[in-house]
Design a binder for this molecule. Structure first.
Ligand code: PLP
Length: 360
C-alpha cells in the first residue's frame, strides 16, 4: 500500500459537525439547530439570492479566473488597488496558499493555542514546524509570540478576533508586536470575524499593510455575509506578495456563483448592519442568561461565545444538547463554543440548558 510521510500520518483530521438533517433523522425530531460553526444566523441577503438565480444559467462556463468585478468592487470599498487583493476558495485556501508559497522544509510557523486549528494542520502538512504559544487570559500573548521568533520563523498567524475565544488584540499590542517582527517573516492576520467587532481598541491591521509590511490580512464572506456554503474569502497584501501567492493557486479557484453572490452581498450594506444588530442583541441576551445560569464565559467580539464549565463535563454537555437537537462545538474538557443564533435559537439553547441543569 502506498504510505504517506510521517508529517502527514500524524495530522489530526478536522472533525466536521453532524448535518442538522442527519441529527433530526436519528432523533426522530424536527427543528434541530446548529450553533457549531459560527455561520451567519440571518443568512444571505435577498439580493444575493436574486443574483444567484440570475447567475445559474451561466454555470456551463468556467468562472472568471481573475475575479475582475469582485476585486474591483472590494478594492474600492477597502481603498486599496485590485493588485493588492486575492480571492480564495474560502479564506482557508489563502492560509494554505500562504504556507505552500513561502515555506521551505523545516521552516517554523508561530501560532496561538487555542486558536483556529487550520494553521497548525496546514503548517504540518507542508513539512513545517508549529511553534505553539498559549493564550494569556484567553487572548493572543503577542509578547510571548514575538519572543519565539527565530531564524527559521517564516509565518506568524494571528487570529484577530480569535476563534474559539472571540477575543481581540488591541492597537497598542499590535503596534508593539509589529516593531519586534523582523523583515522576511510573513504576518498573517486572520480577520474572519472583523465585521462583528465593536471595540474601539481593535487593532488596525490595514495601517501595517499601508506601511508596506509583510502582512497578509484575511477576511471572509463565510461569516457576516452569510455565504459559508459557497466558499469565498479574500486576502489583502502588497502586490509583490500577491504575485507570489497567485503563482500556485488554481486558475479557477473561486467558482462563478460565489463571485456573483459576494459582489451582490457587498452592495447590500443594510443587510450586514442588520446581521450585526441581531448578533449584538443575541450576545446581550446570552450573556444575561448564561450569567443567571452561573456559566462562565469569555466576552466576545464575534458571533460566538466560549463558555467555560466548572468541571470537565464539556463532552457530556455537548452530548446532552445534541440529544435535544442542539449542535454546539466542544473545544476542550471544560469548554464549549456556541454560535450566537437568531433570537428563537438562542432561547431554545438557553431553555435546553435550563432543562439539563434541572435534571442534574
Ligand atoms: C479564524 C477563522 N479563520 C478562517 C476561517 C475560515 O473561513 P472560510 O470559510 O473563509 O474558509 C474560520 C472559519 O471558521 C475562522 O474561524
Amino acid at each position: 500500500m502506498v504510505t504517506s510521510p510521517d508529517h502527514i500520518k500524524t495530522i489530526k483530521p478536522y472533525v466536521p459537525g453532524k448535518p442538522v438533517e442527519e441529527l433530526e433523522r436519528e432523533l426522530g425530531i424536527k427543528g434541530a439547530i446548529k450553533l457549531a460553526s459560527n455561520e451567519s444566523s440571518l443568512g444571505p441577503s435577498p439580493s444575493v439570492l436574486r443574483a444567484l438565480r440570475h447567475a445559474l444559467k451561466g454555470i456551463n462556463r468556467y468562472p472568471d479566473g481573475s475575479c475582475y468585478y469582485l476585486k474591483t468592487s472590494l478594492a474600492e470599498k477597502l481603498g486599496v488597488s485590485p493588485e493588492e487583493i486575492m480571492l480564495g476558495n474560502g479564506s482557508n485556501e489563502l492560509i494554505e496558499l500562504a504556507v505552500r508559497t513561502f515555506f521551505n522544509a523545516g521552516d517554523e510557523a508561530i501560532m496561538a493555542h487555542p486558536s483556529f486549528v487550520v494553521y497548525s494542520m496546514i503548517t504540518q502538512a507542508a513539512g513545517g514546524k508549529n511553534v505553539v504559544v498559549p493564550l494569556k487570559e484567553w487572548r493572543h500573548d503577542l509578547e510571548a509570540m514575538a519572543s519565539r521568533i527565530t531564524e527559521k520563523t517564516k509565518i506568524i498567524f494571528i487570529a484577530n478576533p480569535n476563534n474559539p475565544t472571540g477575543t481581540i488584540n488591541t492597537k497598542a499590542e499590535m503596534d508593539a508586536f509589529m516593531n519586534k517582527v523582523p523583515e522576511g517573516v510573513l504576518i498573517v492576520v486572520d480577520e474572519a470575524y472583523y465585521e462583528y467587532v465593536t471595540s474601539p481598541e481593535y487593532a488596525d491591521s490595514m495601517k501595517h499593510f499601508r506601511q508596506g509590511r509583510d502582512i497578509l490580512i484575511l477576511r471572509t464572506f463565510s461569516k457576516i455575509y452569510g455565504l459559508a456554503g459557497l466558499r469565498i474569502g479574500y486576502g489583502i497584501a502588497k502586490p509583490s506578495l500577491i504575485t507570489e501567492l497567485n503563482k500556485i493557486r488554481q486558475p479557477f479557484n473561486v467558482n462563478s456563483m460565489a463571485q456573483k453572490a459576494a459582489l451582490a452581498s457587498l452592495e447590500d450594506e443594510k443587510h450586514i448592519s442588520k446581521a450585526k444588530k441581531i448578533n449584538e442583541k443575541g450576545k446581550k441576551y446570552l450573556y444575561r442568561e448564561l450569567k443567571a445560569l452561573q456559566f462562565d464565559f469569555v466576552p466576545t467580539e464575534t458571533n460566538f461565545i466560549y463558555v467555560i464549565l466548572k468541571d470537565d463535563s464539556a463532552g457530556q454537555l455537548y452530548e446532552k444538547l445534541l440529544r435535544k437537537g442542539i449542535i454546539v462545538r466542544p473545544m476542550g474538557p471544560r469548554e464549549i463554543r456556541v454560535t450566537i443564533g437568531l433570537p428563537e435559537e438562542n432561547e431554545k439553547f438557553i431553555e435546553t440548558l435550563k432543562k439539563i441543569q434541572n435534571a442534574e
